[in-house]
Design a protein around this ligand. Structure first.
Ligand SMILES: [Zn+2]
Length: 360
C-alpha cells in the first residue's frame, strides 16, 4: 500500500513526465495519456481533453482496474481501457505512457505484425496490436492480447494509432518509449527509405482579424495571398491558415495526387480524403471538413478555427505524409477503412466542439 504522501508524489510525477514527453515531442498537444498504478485495484491517469500544461495534481482521476469506474472531478482519458487492459495482464506494468510518437506510429501503418530490432546487441521484438477504433473496448482487447503474447517486451505499437509503453516506474516507461522510437526511426529510414525528418516548416501563414486577412509575413507573395483568399472564401469556418513546407509535405505536394488516412489522427483532424493538384497552376481543392489544401510543389495550407488548431493540423499532416511515403516505398501498408475514417472524423468533431465550448 502506498501512503498518502507517496500517492501525491505519484500525481506530481505523472505531470512531470507528461511535460517532459511534451518537450521531447513524444506527445503533442492533449494527445496521448499517462497513468500510474497506486495499488492492485487502482491507477491514476491523465484526464481527457486537458492540456498537459494546465494539469494540476488533484485533477487526475483515480480509476478502478476491476470495473473501470472512477473518482474525481475530471473524466479519465478516452483511452483508459487500454491502460486497464495492461494493468490486468502485466505485473511488470506500474507506469504506462501512451504516445502518438511519429516513427513508431508510422511503422504501425505498414501492416506489419511486429517490428524486429536490436538494442544493445540483443534482439528485441515490438508487437503491433491489431487495429480497432480509438477509445473502444476492441482496441483495449487487441492491446491486451499483444501484451499477453509478448511477455518479454514492454512496448506495443497500436496499428494506425500510436504506441503504449510501460515499466515498473516512470523512468522505465519513458526509456521504453525512447527505445521504441529509435528502433522505429531506423526502420523507417533504412528499410522504407524515407529519411524525411519530422518537422513543421512554416511558409506563409495568415489569420482572419475582424473579417480581414492578416498575413504573418510581410513578404507573402501575391500568388500565395490568392491561395489564402480562395480558402477563406470557400471555408467560412476557417480563421487561421498555417502553411507547412516541411520536407515530407513538400515531397507529397509534388509527387502524390491523393491521400487516404493511414493514421487515426489524420482521419480525425485533417479529414477522410485529401486530393492534391498534380501540375503547376492546377486549381486548389478546397473541401468542407478537409483541413488541408495542398498547392502543387508548394507544401500544404493547414486550416483551423484558431492558430493552435491550424498548427495542430500541420503537425498531424507532417506525420501523415511521412507514413504515406514510408508505405509507398515499403510497397505495403494498411489504410484505415473509409467507414472507420468517417466515424472517427464525426466523433472528433462532435467531441472537439463540445470541448472547445466548455473551455471558452
Ligand atoms: Zn491515442
Amino acid at each position: 500500500m502506498k501512503t498518502k504522501e507517496e500517492i501525491q508524489k505519484l500525481r506530481e510525477e505523472i505531470i512531470d513526465v507528461s511535460l517532459s514527453l511534451l518537450e521531447s515531442g513524444l506527445i503533442v498537444r492533449t494527445w496521448g495519456n499517462i497513468s500510474a498504478k497506486i495499488d492492485d485495484k487502482h491507477y491514476l491517469i491523465t484526464p481527457s481533453g486537458i492540456r498537459y500544461e494546465d494539469l494540476k495534481p488533484d485533477m487526475l482521476p483515480l480509476v478502478s482496474i476491476e470495473d473501470g469506474s472512477y473518482e474525481g472531478e475530471y473524466k479519465p482519458s478516452s483511452e483508459f481501457m487500454v491502460h486497464t487492459a495492461i494493468y490486468k495482464t502485466r505485473n511488470d506494468a506500474e507506469f504506462i505512457v501512451h504516445t502518438h510518437q511519429v516513427y513508431a506510429t508510422c511503422v504501425g501503418a505498414l501492416g506489419k505484425k511486429r517490428l524486429k530490432a536490436e538494442h544493445k546487441e540483443k534482439k528485441i521484438i515490438f508487437p503491433v496490436a491489431d487495429y480497432a477504433l480509438p477509445g473502444t473496448k476492441a482496441l483495449a482487447d487487441n492491446v491486451k492480447s499483444a501484451a499477453a503474447k509478448n511477455s518479454e517486451t514492454r512496448s506495443i505499437i497500436m496499428a494506425n494509432h500510436g504506441a503504449v509503453c510501460f515499466g515498473h516506474n516512470a523512468e522505465e516507461a519513458v526509456k521504453e518509449a525512447i527505445k521504441l522510437e529509435k528502433a522505429a526511426k531506423k526502420y523507417i529510414f533504412n528499410i522504407c527509405k524515407t529519411d524525411a525528418s519530422n518537422e513543421i516548416l512554416e511558409g506563409f501563414s495568415s489569420k482572419l482579424e475582424e473579417g480581414k486577412i492578416v498575413y504573418l509575413r510581410n513578404d507573402t507573395p501575391e500568388r500565395v495571398k490568392l491561395i489564402h483568399q480562395t480558402i477563406y472564401a470557400k471555408r467560412p469556418d476557417v480563421h487561421c491558415i498555417f502553411h507547412n513546407k516541411s520536407e515530407a509535405v513538400m515531397t507529397i505536394s509534388r509527387r502524390v495526387n491523393h491521400m487516404r488516412p493511414l493514421l487515426d489522427d489524420f482521419a480525425q483532424i485533417i479529414g477522410t480524403s485529401v486530393r492534391i493538384p498534380t501540375a503547376e497552376g492546377a486549381p486548389l481543392v478546397v473541401k468542407k471538413k478537409i483541413n488541408t489544401v495542398f498547392a502543387y510543389n508548394d507544401g500544404a495550407y493547414c486550416l483551423g478555427d484558431t492558430e493552435e488548431d491550424a498548427k495542430s493540423a500541420a503537425i498531424v499532416l507532417d506525420k501523415g505524409c511521412i507514413a504515406h511515403l514510408a508505405v509507398t516505398r515499403f510497397g505495403e501498408g494498411r489504410f484505415i477503412s473509409l467507414k472507420d475514417c468517417f466515424k472517427m472524423n464525426r466523433n472528433y468533431r462532435k467531441n472537439y466542439s463540445v470541448l472547445a465550448k466548455s473551455v471558452k
